[in-house]
Design a protein around this ligand. Structure first.
Ligand code: BDR
Ligand code: CA
Length: 387
């Protein structure tokens, strides 16, 4: 995936980014470099932004069992359940993993401009599918999440990958507070969005639906984005076999993961679902740990924020997607010339469609397929302590 020919050094990336030119071919080069980089050993500095959440909880445990990661911090946000629950749930996970050295910084209680919509029906009232763990004794750090993100990225310019598995409110708040910050982030790997329909509305995936304005800030920021959306996370249903393997693991992480998984499956079956729940968020972690588990395609992705029915939809533009197939010798030329076009003009507005971008420059590597068996080998193997 990606060739090394366009590879740039971290120094070049940071220098160019600081000058505000993270765009076009430079940004494209960093996607390939980032994916290759994450396939190497690390450890790589990451911040995990999260709303635990059943699948968030297992993703956090996976992250803390992954030697490739140097987790600079965890930044809970309101999402699946309110912050009053996502924050202690994140603290519970660091305690279970014996990683209370990792700072946990409290994030936003509500989206940028909307009321909070939660997913307690999916994750249970406590966010962990009803699995009960003791109150955490570990406290969050004093710094709020957005400030923590900003300060950590500035402390290690060009080095801190943001892994986001919840609504993007904390990240957007950090970016809005510092116009140079985006240029210092080498990559953002998100569970979020979909190019094939949503799970809250027909158009929108939950993390983007909850805070579309924040998601738009992120997609338009210039940070190279890796999008692990419903297109692939729908293929990550947890099974009884997985639970049994976790139950057999003789360590605290495996036992806690088994308890959460057991409760989550029971909760899902009680609601009439025959399969699931999906391990959406762990797949985003796995995408960073081993991108070869997934197949990728470059898109320019933007977020619908104005739609009456479609707010939170991630719209992916590609000159090689859809019906618009051309003869190979014309395809490249057409791709270069392709404008990113918005809605048709109304009678009261301009005469032509809104042009969002003059030409096609991808901003996102979208996961389009996944080897589910390899993903679960990684997830369950690490949680159970086998790998
Ligand atoms: C996403 O929404 C949340 O419910 C999950 O934790 C995941 O991050 C899936 O749409
Ligand atoms: Ca989540």
């Amino acid at each position: 995936m990606g060739s090394t020919s366009g590879r740039i050094t971290r120094r070049e990336f940071v220098a160019a980014s600081a000058a505000g030119v993270v765009a076009g071919s430079l940004a494209r080069a960093t996607w390939a470099a980032g994916l290759e980089q994450s396939a190497a050993r690390g450890p790589f500095r990451v911040i995990i932004d999260t709303d635990p959440g059943v699948d968030d909880a297992l993703a956090l445990l996976l992250a803390m069992r992954s030697p490739e990661l140097k987790i600079e911090g965890i930044t809970p946000v309101a999402g699946n359940v309110p912050l009053e629950l996502t924050l202690p749930n994140a603290l519970r996970m660091v305690e279970i993993a014996g990683r209370t050295d990792i700072p946990v910084a409290a994030g936003a209680k509500a989206p940028l401009v909307r009321r909070l919509i939660t997913a307690a029906q999916v994750h249970g009232e406590n966010g962990l599918g009803g699995a009960v763990f003791p109150e955490p004794t570990t406290k969050p750090i004093a710094e709020p999440a957005a400030e923590f993100i900003r300060n950590t990225v500035r402390k290690h310019p060009g080095e801190v990958t943001l892994i986001t598995i919840g609504p993007l409110t904390n990240i957007a708040t950090a970016l809005n507070s510092d116009s140079e910050l985006a240029g210092l982030v080498p990559r953002l790997v998100m569970m979020g969005g979909s190019l094939s329909g949503g799970n809250v509305t027909p158009a929108a995936e939950f993390n983007i639906y909850v805070d579309p304005e924040a998601a738009r800030v992120v997609f338009q920021s210039g940070i190279p984005i890796t999008m692990v959306g419903l297109d692939v996370t729908r293929k990550t249903s947890l099974t009884e076999d997985h639970v049994r393997t976790l139950q057999a693991g003789q360590n605290a992480v495996s036992q806690a993961a088994a308890k959460i998984a057991r409760n989550a499956i029971d909760h899902t079956r009680a609601q009439g679902f025959l399969i699931g729940p999906n391990m959406h968020d762990s797949l985003a972690l796995a995408a960073f740990l081993d991108p070869s588990i997934l197949k990728w395609k470059e898109y320019y992705v933007d977020v619908e924020t104005a739609g009456e029915l479609t707010a939170g939809e991630t719209v992916g533009y590609s000159p090689t997607a859809g019906d618009d197939q051309r003869r190979p010798e014309l395809a490249k030329q057409a791709a270069m010339a392709m404008q990113i076009r918005g809605s048709a003009p109304t009678l009261a507005s301009t005469k032509t469609s809104a042009i969002v971008r003059d030409k096609f420059v991808p901003n996102t590597n979208v996961a389009v397929d996944v080897d589910s068996a390899r993903f679960f080998d990684l997830l369950i193997g690490r949680l159970a302590g086998k790998t």
